[in-house]
Each structure stands twice: as structure tokens, then as C-alpha cells.
Design a protein around this ligand. Sequence first.
Ligand SMILES: Nc1ncnc2c1ncn2[C@@H]1O[C@H](COP(=O)(O)OP(=O)(O)OP(=O)(O)O)[C@@H](O)[C@H]1O
Ligand SMILES: [Mg+2]
Length: 311
Amino acid sequence: MPDTMALETRALTRSFRARRAPDRTALESLDLALPVGGIHGLLGPNGAGKTTLCRIASTVLLPTSGTARVLGHDVVAHASRVRRSLSVVFGGERGLYTRLTARDNLRFWGAMVGLDRRSAAARADAMLESVGLADRADDRVESFSRGMQQRLHLARGLMGDAQVLVLDEPTIGMDPVSAHAFRDLVVAMRDEGRTVLLTTHDMAEAQAVCDTLTFLDRGRVVAAGTPRSITREVRTVRATVTDVLPEHRPLLQARGFELLGDGTAVRTVDRDDVAGLLGALMAAGMVHVGVEAPTVEDAYLSLIGGRRMDL
Ligand SMILES: Nc1ncnc2c1ncn2[C@@H]1O[C@H](COP(=O)(O)OP(=O)(O)OP(=O)(O)O)[C@@H](O)[C@H]1O
Ligand SMILES: [Mg+2]
């Protein structure tokens, strides 16, 4: 089936009963088509529906209506096939046996995904190595830091050879170096031909690794495309002036710049107004002026930022 998607949803809706309140709709008639291969980022504010989608894709939560298919298999009608094709890693501390060692957790999980004893043991060792936990393999998980537990979650997710990996905030709580190594691992998974569905609140991470992005807000898709196609839609760019001289400060403030502690000034500006603005600054004698292309974070802020903290 050449057009089989890694994850495809049609009018996928999930609502939850709320106490003494109308039902809460976590996903509202969602249509998604994520192709096989690649790292697909799922971005959106708290409560957007990202985890709900991950849970439906991994068959632990049923849709209220609509359909979801993983590699062509319906998550309701063919749940066991879906479970064989997909592996899920949730952020946080759930799902590990904290009184067992890292190695025993992975061996146990290997048995769960159908490996025989010897293959499970070998695979567990290989995975501990690849997530940098080999020297803590025989320590109980309860003695692990959050980032270490997170790495063990990923190792667990890789015990089988699922073609689709669902990673829900996998780098939450990881230090920057570990998060970087983790991203390399995710890219390696993609390069082996697997499909990765990644939710994250880290915009730099999304920009660095994702081949496609889907922005969700209140259970609906608000934008989808490649990082480049999405950032190209942003109507504003970021203007910067570095090495600001004291005599230039009043003009910059009058022009709406924010003066930062490191001697730079920044503001966002509509693309159409860039030339005029920079011209005025240069005419006033400023030479270190520039414009940065919009980032995924800029796209996120322009699509979703207006809402601030309301849920
Ligand atoms: N088991 C549940 N019972 C009731 N409501 C739920 C349940 N699970 C999720 N919801 C609601 O569904 C909506 C979407 O939640 P979800 O966890 O999918 O968001 P999210 O995008 O993963 O957010 P976050 O970025 O905070 O992880 C929220 O309004 C949430 O309160
Ligand atoms: Mg979530």
C-alpha cells in the first residue's frame, strides 16, 4: 500500500466527561496524515490534546468518534496489530518498575514485546549502552535522576522493533547535554527508516529535528507543514541592533525596541516595515543592525501566543 500513512486520523474526536460542567473536548474532528518516515513534531499549549492523540494512537484510549490508523491499522478494530507496530514513550516517571534495576526493567519489557530470554538480554544491554546507562544498569530505578529515568523510558520504547515511535515530551527534565544526545538518537531512529511522532514544548528542539510540524490548539490543527513552510508564513521578523551606544537608546525605545542587558536591542516588526525601520536606524548612525528569519518559536508565538495563559 504505497499511500499508507504512519498515522492518519479522520474526524478524530475525543471528549471527556467533566464534573458539573459540559464535556471537555480534547480533540475535535482532527484530520491528520503523517507519512511513513521522518520525525513529526506535535506542538501546542498545555491542554491542546497532544497527549490525548498519543494515547489514542497507542491504543490506550478510545476515540469518542472518528478514526485513527497506524500504518493502515485501525486503532480500535486492529489494536493488537497497532501495538506491534508502535512503541510509546511518555515523559515523566510513570511506567517503570522503580524497585527493579534498569537492566531488569528492560529484560522484562523485552519479554512483554515477545523477545525470547537471550534476545531480550542482548537487546537490553545494547539499549542501555545507546542511552548511556550501561554503567548504571544494575542500579534500582528508584535511585535514578529524572533525566536518567527518561533515558530508560526511551530504551524501553526501543526494545521491540516498532516502526512507529511515539515520544510524548521525551526530553522533559533532561540536562542540555543529555537532551542533545537524545536528539541524535531520535535522528538515528529516523535514519533507520522509523517514523517518530514527537511532542515537545522545546521550540529549538522541534526546529532542530522535526521534518514536519503540526500545531494543535484546543484539539484542532492550527498549522501544519515543514518547519520552513511554517516559518515562511510568519508575517513578522525579528530586528536586532547589537552593541547599542548610549546616545542611540532613546531612538530605539521610541521605535519600539526592547533594550536587553547585553547591549542589544530587539523587536519584532512586520516584514513590510523592515526596510523603513532599518533605514531610519542606519540614518541615525547605527551600523550593527540586522534581521533574523523567523524561528519555529516565532511561528508558535504568532499562531498561539495571543492566548497567553487561558486554557
Ligand atoms: N483522563 C482525562 N479526564 C478528563 N479530562 C482529560 C483527561 N485527559 C485529558 N483531559 C483533558 O483533555 C484536554 C487535552 O489534554 P492533553 O493531556 O491531551 O493535553 P496536552 O496537549 O498533552 O497538554 P500538555 O502540554 O500539558 O501535556 C485537557 O483539557 C485535559 O484536561
Ligand atoms: Mg501532554
